[in-house]
Design a protein around this ligand. Structure first.
Ligand SMILES: [Zn+2]
Length: 261
């Protein structure tokens, strides 16, 4: 169990697994790029940003003149931001036509280039937990050791399975979702609530200088969405991503990852 992870084995598609899944190697690797020749030249910058749960803090009044012109500016800049970043989420790396543009510092009037970044709908929701909670589309669960970006990949896959999996796969996905949801009780008993709205209100009460303290408070917590939240995107995900890596391969990918641990 304590054998070190062989990163090559972990990160590379296994030819036997691909053959067993009944698709060709070319199909399985379609769209994958060759390793960057400069890989490892600079390990100072991380590939993806950490997700720290957040809430829109700077509230502007609807009738505020400044907000109106800021919104117009945002709308104008948005398409170029998406093109420049290749529609790829800065938090989890997922690429889709349905990515969104997020204001890094939570100030929606600040449209400087460095404040605009791409986020897919799941990662974007983690930055607006009050909105997720008030729409009753998610809860906090206790999930030690799995980063939210990975949880988001998992939730996306569960949603896709519920849409297009076999009966057995759907039933497995429902069981997994129920198990994850049941871990909300641990948060409710520890904090008195698992509703993201309550955590959002607590964040809004924090002074700016104390905001970083939320990092340790949120440790071991994950945001679990109700799949209904991204109903409208599922078809697009199936079309874009789950075609080149079909569901029937996922079990084998999981087995391989587990064996490598
Ligand atoms: Zn993401």
């Amino acid at each position: 169990m304590n054998t070190p992870i062989d990163s090559r084995k972990y990160a590379t598609l296994d030819e036997d697994a691909v053959r067993n899944a009944g698709i060709s190697w070319d199909e399985a690797t379609q769209g994958m790029t060759a390793p960057d020749p400069n890989l490892g030249a600079n390990f100072v910058t991380r590939r993806y940003k950490d997700i720290v749960f957040s809430v829109k803090r700077k509230i502007w009044r609807q009738d505020d003149e400044g907000m109106e012109s800021a919104n117009a500016e945002y709308k104008k800049k948005r398409p170029a931001v998406l093109v420049k970043g290749g529609n790829k989420c800065v938090f989890c790396g997922f690429r889709s036509k349905h990515t969104e543009v997020h204001h890094c510092n939570d100030n929606h009037a600040d449209n400087r280039d460095e404040n605009l970044e791409i986020a897919d709908p799941l990662c974007h929701g983690t930055q607006h937990i009050g909105q997720v909670g008030s729409q009753r589309q998610g809860i906090f669960i206790n999930l030690e050791g799995i980063p939210q970006a990975e949880v988001n990949h998992l939730q996306r896959t569960i949603a896709v399975v519920l849409e297009m999996g076999s009966e057995q796969e759907k039933s497995d996905a429902r069981a997994l979702l129920q198990h994850l949801a049941s871990r909300g009780e641990l948060i409710a008993s520890e904090w008195g609530s698992a509703n993201p709205s309550d955590f959002a209100n607590a964040l809004l009460r924090l002074h700016d200088e104390d905001l970083d303290k939320r990092v340790s408070a949120f440790a071991g917590m994950a945001l679990l969405y109700r799949p209904v939240r991204f109903m409208e995107y599922i078809g697009q995900w199936i079309e874009e991503s789950y075609k080149s890596l079909p569901l029937k391969m996922w079990g084998q990918i999981y087995e391989r990852a587990r064996a490598a641990r």
